[in-house]
Write a new protein. Structure first.
Length: 332
């Protein structure tokens, strides 16, 4: 089977993560990198031996590109997905599709009619711990799923400049958790959210929350609770609990080692939790890319789809509405 020729759009922090995954995948030929800040793209191109351009359209329409991975700013995603469809190029795009559901919906008919694969970058589905819980829930190990708890706390908030253009915590941070909720409970019919400004003045100045809780109800009366904070003094806090009629499954935080220290003043002292999403989800990013490539080769996409990205944004908008109004939002 011939290799899939992949181009990368966006050479920033997340682009560099995807670049490493592309370069190490044996089924991929890494051919092109595009970024309007061409110096950063050139550094990556030098590292991986690819062509480079400041124009993403040049990359999308290049004869040596079968698929693109989009890691550029959110405001560019809809246009780049649309251009990829026009060029007959497969595309995997980082979340969210856009901050405006109207722009997402405008592209929906075209995305549905596309002959190429369109994948959304909800990498947490590919975390081996979370996917193991999902597989065991599907196998009936805990009976009927009744409650799902998703905890996600960042080690520290992003800078004010990022928060101001992020679209807010629900669209920027919680959107990963909305997708994880739908991974377990595809049909969510009700959203109740509360937000608080507990510690960050500049996040409040951006009319955003630094801490949120969301409670959602599935169509089979499953209850999903999401707990988010923009800070956690003990590191990157990423946990899931699935509770059912026959038992419970949990995934705890990751540690760098299994070493424990014991002394006269303390016992079971472990290393700190991993402190950054790039460390915590490194294997998930690799598997996400591997599944995208396998889907192109087989014609059967298993990654989250454009419609998954749309549904996550709908939940984010509903949560924001609920937090602002204090009311529960019902979904059709």
């Amino acid at each position: 089977m011939s290799k899939v020729r992949v181009g990368l759009i966006g050479a920033g922090r997340i682009g560099q993560v995807h670049a490493a995954s592309i370069a190490e995948n044996r089924d991929v030929e890494f051919t092109y990198i595009a970024d309007v800040f061409v110096d950063g793209a050139q550094k990556l191109a030098d590292k991986y031996g690819t062509k480079v351009t400041a124009d993403p359209m040049e990359l999308i329409n290049a004869s040596e590109v079968d698929a693109v991975v989009v890691c550029s700013p959110t405001s560019t995603h809809v246009d780049l997905i649309s251009a990829s469809i026009d060029a007959g190029v497969h595309v995997m795009c980082e979340k969210p599709i856009d901050l405006d559901i109207a722009r997402v919906d405008a592209l929906l008919p075209k995305a549905r009619a596309a002959k190429t694969q369109i994948a959304l970058g909800f990498n947490r589905r590919f975390d081996p711990n979370f996917s193991a819980i999902k597989n065991r829930v599907n196998a009936g190990e805990i009976g009927n799923l009744e409650q799902l708890i998703i905890i996600s706390r960042d080690p520290a908030p992003a800078p004010k400049e990022y928060i101001a253009v992020s679209g807010g915590i629900f669209r920027d941070m919680t959107i990963h958790d909305f997708d994880m909720a739908r991974f377990f409970v595809p049909e969510i019919v009700e959203v109740t959210a509360r937000g608080a400004n507990s510690f960050s003045d500049y996040i409040a100045e951006c009319d955003d929350y630094d801490s949120v809780n969301v409670v959602m109800r599935g169509s089979n009366n499953e209850l999903i609770t999401i707990i988010n904070s923009r800070h956690a003094s003990f590191g990157y806090d990423q946990r899931i609990e699935a509770f059912g009629s026959l038992g419970m499954l949990t995934a705890s935080n990751q540690l760098p080692t299994t070493v424990r220290a014991f002394s006269a003043t303390q016992t079971e002292v472990a290393d700190p939790y991993q402190n950054f999403f790039l460390e915590r989800y490194s294997s998930a990013y690799r598997q996400e890319l591997a599944d995208f490539v396998a889907g192109i080769q087989s014609g059967k996409l298993t990654n989250p789809t454009y419609e998954d990205g749309r549904e996550a944004l709908i939940l984010a908008d509903a949560a924001l509405e609920s937090a602002k109004t204090g009311k529960t939002v019902s979904l059709k």
